[in-house]
Design a protein around this ligand. Sequence first.
Ligand code: ADP
Ligand code: ZN
Length: 604
Amino acid sequence: MPTMNPDPHQILEQTFGYRSFRGPQESVIRALIAGEDALVLMPTGGGKSLCYQVPALAREGTGIVISPLIALMQDQVSALRELGVRAGFLNSTLSAQEVFATERALRDGRIDLLYIAPERLLQQRTLELLHEARIALFAIDEAHCVSQWGHDFRADYLALDVLQREFPSVPRVALTATADMRTREEIVNRLGLQDARQFIVGFDRPNIRYRIRQKERPKQQLLRFLREEQEGNAGIVYCLSRAKVDETARWLREEGFNALPYHAGMGKDERAGNQARFLRDDAMVMVATIAFGMGIDKPDVRFVAHLDLPKSIEAYYQETGRAGRDGEAATALLLYGFEDVVKLRQMALQSEGNELFKRHEQQRLTSMLGLCEVTSCRRQVLLRYFGDTLDAPCGNCDNCLDPPEEWDGSEAARMALSCVYRTGQRFGANHVIDVLRGAENDRILSFDHHQVSTFGIGKDIPVEQWRSVFRQLVARGYLDVDPEGYGGLRLSAAAKPVLRAEEAVWLRRDRKPAAVRAIGKRERGAEVDHADQPLWEALRACRKRLADAQNVPPYVIFHDATLRAMLAERPLTPSAMRAVSGVGDSKLERYGEAFLAVLRDISL
Ligand code: ADP
Ligand code: ZN
């Protein structure tokens, strides 16, 4: 893009092939072009990149992008080059020769966008280099890394206030998807952005469909989900333990899936290799612990499935947030059961730290469990947790799409709680349920529990339903879990009004597995019509071929959204192809013919 072009709309259209800006993009871009500073808080997939890429092209000089995600720089730069943008990067992976060439290009004004790791930027040599070049703007990506409270803290980010001092006339924009007040204030203070204009978009990720189901046979549930709804898609399956990650990945491969494991117990090279394959492949399932995450910038992750319960809503939101960064429909599926509730309650009690910390952990878990058990819109609960509001139910979560039934569980809760009390408040749910159902097994006889007054009073309620009752009683804090690790239950203070029949308990009615199946079908996300399947596959194959030839991920050629638009519009001429969203001048020239050939071939 050698000629300077100050019109943002024209850049959007010609270079990126998009028709219109999204949300606050245009305001951010105009502010930066005018030389103002900006702070941009936008959820993942909101379109932060364009906020600095367009003004970098519109202003004279090079846009400097500071990012901690070294592993991604190569792909980001490849993607920009495909668009005809002169992009480069400076980080520790380059040879001396490559560094030299890039520095020279920068001095000569032959780079539009330059990605730099923060530690590299702070070197005296780099700062001097930047003084010799013309700088269009500084973009500080992943700006929440300045926060010492956050998980992603980078000490180098604290020193980035040097930019304000040394380059006072260059506009700066800080961008992040982490939007809580404290982080926001830290970014402003540490980066000297007191005068920056703030652009804040809420937390909502409307394209993610949240679904939370009780565990029945988790493997079968996962298999059905993958086969019936996610065929040919890329996604992540999160498990709590390394052993379970290995086991699940092996099992999925036996079932014919392209699945790989990822956890901190693996060697560095193997981990990096698996991650690279995940980024490159169209249809791969990554089975991982939460060690897999930061820097997974793959835009076309179509699903995130949790086989174990996350510890908090923050963790759930962050992990599910890796789905659907491209804005296309994506699914977050969580399977959880009574054992998860007990295990996490215990972990929180046993965790290192003082009482206050433990109480905090319990509260965070209680909020997470609340999200699992709620019968109203899940997105409303999720957003409220982050201090955001959604006025109407979302229509894109399982509870909205298929409202669950509630039943008056006051009587059952009373039976359950009093049976816990009568048996001495030290037994787990299975035993207490046996007592309620009047089972005469050895364990019961040996403790004389066939003599207690609650023996057999609950035999009309099936075991499964009792398990559901106990799960919900623990989830809502009527019952506490014994911290020693045997799963013993005891009454909490909240149980009293229920026992005295002063408080009603409405419970969620769990679904039968058969019903789950039918809903699964109906809830399918952005699937392709059956009749369009051959063309869709052909377009994807064409994209994969071009991507492999250049050793870049498929989305660098075209995003899913663009292929989907081709499917809908069926362009047969170059000008019709140019009108497809995501096809700009450069991509039309490079790939237009290849995709037109596929479209003509199938349309004949
Ligand atoms: P973020 O960095 O906020 O997670 P990205 O900048 O990666 O999000 O953008 C997410 C997706 O949305 C990308 O596929 C991008 O090409 C697309 N996108 C961004 N802005 C627009 C727009 N104005 N029109 C169409 N697609 C857009
Ligand atoms: Zn909803």
